[in-house]
Ligand binder design. Structure first.
Ligand SMILES: [Zn+2]
Ligand SMILES: [Zn+2]
Length: 133
């Protein structure tokens, strides 16, 4: 897999390795690309929020713009994670990769369900919204 570009700006994604999990972070907007399940694994690791070094974008609600998957080029689907804070993120339906804008991985990590309410949260966790382009 060669060098991939940021789905959101013209920046380049740079490899960042945290506790042997390899993610790709944009050198300009600091958004982070996670391959399948990497975000789930990473948010369970203590201190992993340190990889999210960017400032959150002004639009806190839905993502600012449509983005295409940096791996397959497919337009990604906007997903909403319900936790302590609602969090919008982008997911590729083909490779299951995830794009989180700068500052969002921290929220995603805070939204990690505790074992006790895991099943309850899981049921309402993800809502897929058709993208309007
Ligand atoms: Zn970028
Ligand atoms: Zn993809």
């Amino acid at each position: 897999m060669g060098c991939i570009g940021c789905p959101q700006c013209r920046g380049k994604l740079e490899k960042v390795i945290y506790q042997s999990i390899e993610i790709d972070r944009c050198s300009l907007c600091r958004g982070i690309w996670f391959d399948r399940l990497e975000a789930e694994e990473l948010r369970r690791i203590k201190g992993s929020e340190s990889v999210d070094i960017g400032k959150p974008t002004p639009c806190q609600g839905r993502p600012c713009q449509s983005v295409g998957c940096p791996r397959c080029g497919k337009t990604m689907v906007q997903m909403l994670d319900f936790g302590q804070q609602p969090l919008w993120y982008e997911k590729c339906s083909q490779c299951q990769g995830m794009w989180l804008e700068a500052g969002r991985f921290k929220v995603f990590k805070q939204n990690l369900p505790t074992p006790g309410n895991w099943a309850r949260n899981k049921a309402k966790q993800v809502l897929t919204v058709a993208r309007s382009i």
